[in-house]
Design a protein around this ligand. Structure first.
Ligand SMILES: [Zn+2]
Ligand SMILES: [Zn+2]
Length: 356
């Protein structure tokens, strides 16, 4: 299996971001990312996808879209659309129709920042998903870096500190979204999650000074998706795009908060006598199976089955755990950073089923 890093959810001057595709490619190459997926608001930008080189580093740029109903007030229901390969913003007023259309076009639909809080200090509403009767979406954006600013800024002073130093922000995905995900997994649903930057590279001008806050460089070293591909990227756009979107759809990936320490090399598998399953896979329980977890550095490891904490360790870099029950198993790891225990790794689930 080939592990690649992929940052998802960013805005450019095609919508309300302040950087261009070129700024993003520079920052991605500098951060050592393999893939970026740009998702401007309500516009699918065609013709810019491809491989770009900066020095010795090659970055694959893919273009999706973040769609919402622009006639709805307050604003709700943001949807990250990947791989639909055409404009779908015209369907945004009926969320179910939007989801169905995306899937008819072979695309993926991730509910963006599904459980946000408002940031009263600057009169920013929460832009949560509210049409929960909808079905058939691919999954959730479990952890949105920019959206978490709203959760962790309770006073004007905190807000100022967080804006000046974004590395203070990321603590954990939304607890409400984690619970929602676990509840759906417990009902037997297969639901993949991604981490999103929601990068805008906002630019402020105060007198002669222009300052970029939340620059792309920051986001690209923070919340990334580590995709586990069946083979290395070939350099062929269509072939690689298909492999990347298949991996995101299935959940062959984990979310890594790479700022405290790189999460590259994390593995989570479940093996029976015949087969080794990785995130996103389904495996049959014969008499039993064994979970194996390996971390690139010691951290708190939490093993969760159908929303229930099975096991928690402090500061281990490996774990082997025998299981005898079917269910959706996933791993959360936490590590200390800037004086706080923070979420570090969130794996997609491995689905364990009974023998027929
Ligand atoms: Zn959004
Ligand atoms: Zn966004």
């Amino acid at each position: 299996m080939e592990e690649i890093t992929c940052n998802i959810h960013m805005h450019t001057t095609y919508s309300d971001g302040f950087g261009t595709y070129s700024t993003i490619i520079d920052a991605a190459a500098q951060a050592g990312l393999d893939v970026v997926i740009i998702t401007d608001h309500n516009v699918w930008v065609n013709g810019l996808e491809g491989y770009y080189s900066r020095g010795k580093k090659r970055v694959l740029v893919l273009t999706g879209e973040e769609v919402h109903n622009q006639d709805r007030f307050p604003q709700k229901n943001h949807m990250l659309v990947l791989g639909a390969e055409s404009e779908v913003a015209i369907y945004a007023s009926v969320p179910q129709e939007l989801i169905d259309t995306i899937h008819q076009k072979g695309g993926l639909s991730f509910l963006a920042h599904p459980d946000e809080v408002a940031l009263e200090l600057v009169h920013e509403d929460d832009i949560s998903w509210v049409d929960w009767e909808t079905a058939g979406y691919t999954g959730f954006e479990l952890w949105n870096n920019f959206s978490e600013l709203k959760t962790v800024s309770h006073t004007p002073f905190q807000l100022l500190l967080n804006v000046l130093d974004p590395s203070r922000i990321a603590t954990s995905p939304s607890k409400a979204t984690l619970e929602r995900w676990d509840s759906l997994l417990t009902q037997g649903r297969h639901l993949s999650v991604i981490g999103g930057a929601d990068a805008h590279a906002l630019r402020f001008k105060i007198g002669p000074i222009t300052k970029t806050i939340f620059p792309y460089q920051y986001h690209f070293s923070a919340i990334n998706n580590h995709l586990l591909l069946p083979e290395p990227l070939s350099g062929n756009l269509q072939q690689d795009k298909k492999m990347i979107y298949n991996s995101l759809a299935k959940g062959s990936s984990f979310i890594g908060y790479d700022l405290p320490a790189s999460t590259r090399g994390f593995t989570f598998s479940i093996s029976n006598e015949e087969y080794i399953a990785n995130p996103g896979d389904t495996i049959t329980l014969f008499r039993g199976a064994t979970i194996q977890v390996k971390l690139p550095a010691p951290a708190e490891i939490n093993l969760i089955k159908d929303g229930v904490l099975l096991y928690s360790s402090r500061r281990l870099d490996h774990l082997a755990y025998p299981i005898t029950e079917p269910g959706a198993y996933r791993v959360e790891c936490k590590t200390e950073f800037m004086g706080k225990l923070r979420g570090w790794i969130y794996s997609n689930p491995i689905y364990v089923v009974k023998e027929n």
